[in-house]
Structure formats: structure tokens, C-alpha cells
Design a protein around this ligand. Structure first.
Ligand code: HEM
Length: 375
């Protein structure tokens, strides 16, 4: 198929790349909740604070502990979609990197399963009756598992993009990238994850706040708890985004002139602007809420829209870097062939059925979960 799209993509390539990026963004949003949530819970367990209510007993920690197992299953489920598209778009690169990573790649699934069980342990009240050392070890161990899984995806991505190094990696078993390439990259997604997590958990706490307003049951302790949650999430967003931006700048500096020229290219520049607009929106959203000392629908909408813009912008910039390393034009026939494979009708039918079932489950939960039940 001829290249009919800007930047030399064929139609099937552009189609799969778009679906890949969109589903990847969805995966990142859920994954951020679990990663940043587990890091926050570990920090709260290690440093419960001097206030009248230890951090572990505050609503923010309780909501995170409650929801992380569900959000992890969501992150894994929506991770399957970009996994399918990446196998179509970058088949050779992806599989070669999988094989070369060998035992490191094989560790991902057992570590993820272990972390899943640990999240249920963290959710149970049973763990929080155990001595301090056990609580901290379990919470810290869980977040280390997620960091390890994230590291494996980073290593896989970097290895897939450095085809010239594959023979040496095969011969020596050593990974070809330095800490200078891996650490700033990891800091971008670790720092950014706090902003996304704050936006999502902000909505959860907003609904709790609305229920207590509706039931007129808000005590001074609850008000103080809300204020603490708003300020903690605003600080986590500000701190996380600062780290992510600094690490991103460091990556650009270390990437040299070619990285800088990519940023100003026609493909990437609009997404760089989108990322910056997202950062500004998040700043505005959390500032409003900080000033009000409450969760506020306008502020949360700004923070959420900002988080989505930033994650999408970074996802496209990340793809731009990969596109430079891979000859997509030579892969176009393979993408065209994949586009002839059927099953779209079955997909639509299954998607409809699953959406109806999910909507029904959400309704069931909503009906049984009312302010009166949860006073
Ligand atoms: C909570 C566990 C997980 C964490 C912390 C995590 C983290 C990450 C991170 C940080 C990246 C981006 C790496 C980079 O660009 O440097 C990534 C990419 C990705 N993840 Fe996840 N992930 C998790 C679970 C999963 C699972 C279970 C799947 C599949 C079912 C999945 C599918 C993907 C895919 C397809 C990509 C894109 C890879 C690429 O473009 O090279 N992830 N993940």
C-alpha cells in the first residue's frame, strides 16, 4: 500500500498506531493509580505522621487500599489492547526484545501475580493489626514489585528500539543501556503517575464529600480529613510533575541534538504543546481546590483533562522517538496484511455485550452503595 498519510505512514499503519497510542494511554492511566497509590500507601505506612489521625487511617489511604486491586485488574485488562497492537505494528522489534530480556521478561508475570495478592493483603484490616515492620515491609514490597514490572517494560521498549545492539546482547546477556538512559525515563513515568492517581482518587473522594453533604453528616474531623486529602493530592501532583518535567528535560539533554530536533518536528510539536497545556490545566485545577480546601467539580475536571492531555502528549512524543529508530515503511505490507484479517463484527458484538454487562454491574454497585449505607 502506498504511503498516503503525512509522515509517510500507510493507512493501516496509521490506524494501528492510533489505536495503539489511545489504548496505551488508557493502560497508563490505570497503571498510574496502582503505582503511585502503592508508593503513597508505603510512604504512609512508614511515616504515619504526628497528627491526631495517622496517615494510614486517613480516608485517602483507605480509599487507595480499597480500590488498588480493582484498578490493577483494570490496568492489566486494558494493557492487553496495546499489547495486541504493538505486536502488529512492531512485531519483529517487540518479540526480539522479549527474547533477549529472557529471565527478566519471564519474571513479569509471577511478580505481578505476587503483587496482586499483596494488594489484597494491604486491603485487609488484618495486616494493619500486625507490627509496624511487617506493615511497612508488605507495603514497600508491593510498590517495589510494580516498579520492577515498569522497569521491565522500559527495558523491553529500549531494547526493541536498539536493533544494532541485539547481537551483543545475545552474546553477552548484558543490557546495552546506561543508568543515564533508564533512570530519567523511569522518573518521568513515576513522577507523572502521582498526577494521574491524584485526579482519579480526587473524583472518588469528591463523591464521598458529596454524599456527606447530602446526608448533612460532615463532622469537623471529616472536614479536616478532606482538607488534608486535597492538600496531599495537590502536593503529590505538584511534586510528581516537577520530577517528571525535570527528568524529561534531562532525557532531552542526554539525547543530544537529535532529540531536540525531534521535539520541534511537525509530528511532535503539537503534542509537546498539548503536554504543556495539560501541565498548566492540572496546576489550575489543583490550585482552585487547594484554595477551597475541598474537592470541587470544576477543579477536578481541569485536573483530569490536564492529566489526560499530558499523558496523551507524552505517549505520542514517546512514539515519535521510536518511529525514528524503526523503518515503518518497510513494515507497511505486514500492516496491510493484518488489516485483511476479519473478526470486526465479532469484536463489535463482544464489545457491546461486555459494555452492557459492565454498565449493569456499575448500576448494581451504585444502587447498593448509598450515603446511608456508608455513613
Ligand atoms: C502494574 C503493572 C504494570 C506496570 C507498573 C506497567 C508499567 C508500564 C510502563 C512504565 C510502561 C512504559 C515503559 C516505557 O516506555 O518506558 C508500560 C508499557 C506498556 N505496558 Fe505496562 N505495566 C504494567 C502491566 C502491564 C500489563 C499486565 C500489560 C499487558 C497485559 C501491559 C502492557 C503494556 C504495553 C503493551 C506497553 C507498551 C510497550 C511499548 O510500547 O514498548 N502492562 N507499562
Amino acid at each position: 500500500m502506498t504511503a498516503i498519510f503525512p509522515f509517510g505512514f500507510s493507512l493501516p499503519t496509521a490506524f494501528y498506531l492510533t489505536l495503539y497510542v489511545l489504548t496505551f494511554v488508557l493502560h497508563q492511566m490505570f497503571m498510574h493509580y496502582v503505582l503511585a497509590g502503592s508508593l503513597y500507601v508505603a510512604w504512609a505506612a512508614a511515616w504515619p505522621g504526628q497528627g491526631s489521625r495517622p496517615r494510614t487511617e486517613q480516608t485517602l489511604s483507605a480509599v487507595l487500599r480499597d480500590w488498588m486491586p480493582f484498578l490493577l485488574s483494570a490496568a492489566i485488562t486494558v494493557g492487553v489492547a496495546p499489547l495486541l497492537f504493538i505486536q502488529i505494528v512492531y512485531q519483529r522489534q517487540f518479540y526480539t526484545a522479549n527474547l533477549l530480556l529472557w529471565w527478566r521478561w519471564m519474571m513479569v508475570v509471577p511478580v505481578l501475580i505476587g503483587a496482586f495478592y499483596l494488594l489484597y493483603l494491604i486491603k485487609s484490616s488484618w495486616l494493619w493489626r500486625w507490627p509496624y515492620g511487617v506493615r511497612v515491609a508488605v507495603a514497600a514490597g508491593t510498590s517495589i514489585c510494580f516498579l520492577f514490572v515498569g522497569f521491565c517494560w522500559t527495558a523491553n521498549h529500549l531494547l526493541a528500539n536498539s536493533g544494532a545492539d541485539w547481537p551483543e546482547v545475545y552474546a553477552t546477556g548484558r543490557l546495552p543501556f546506561s543508568a543515564g538512559a533508564v533512570i530519567p525515563r523511569m522518573l518521568v513515568w513515576i513522577g507523572g503517575s502521582f498526577a494521574t492517581m491524584s485526579a482519579i482518587v480526587g473524583w472518588q473522594l469528591f463523591y464521598r464529600q458529596t454524599w456527606s453533604e447530602a446526608g448533612a453528616v460532615e463532622s469537623p474531623e471529616q472536614r479536616a480529613d478532606l482538607r488534608t486529602s486535597v492538600r496531599t493530592l495537590a502536593s503529590l501532583t505538584g511534586g510528581g510533575l516537577t520530577i517528571a518535567v525535570l527528568a524529561g528535560l534531562l532525557s532531552i539533554v542526554l539525547g543530544g541534538a537529535s532529540s531536540r530536533s525531534l521535539l520541534w518536528s511537525g509530528l511532535i510539536l503539537p503534542y509537546l504543546c498539548l503536554t504543556v497545556a495539560g501541565l498548566v490545566l492540572q496546576g489550575i485545577g489543583w490550585r482552585w481546590q487547594w484554595q477551597a480546601s475541598r474537592f470541587d467539580i470544576r477543579g477536578l475536571m481541569a485536573a483530569t483533562a490536564g492529566a489526560v492531555c499530558s499523558v496523551l502528549g507524552v505517549a505520542v512524543i514517546r512514539e515519535g522517538v521510536r518511529l525514528r529508530a524503526v523503518d515503518l515503511v518497510s513494515l507497511a505490507p505486514q500492516h496491510a496484511q493484518a488489516a485483511t484479517v476479519g473478526g470486526f463484527g465479532v469484536f463489535i458484538a463482544a464489545a457491546l455485550l461486555v459494555s452492557i454487562l459492565i454498565a449493569w454491574c456499575v448500576r448494581l454497585v451504585k444502587v447498593s452503595w448509598s450515603p446511608q449505607v456508608n455513613k
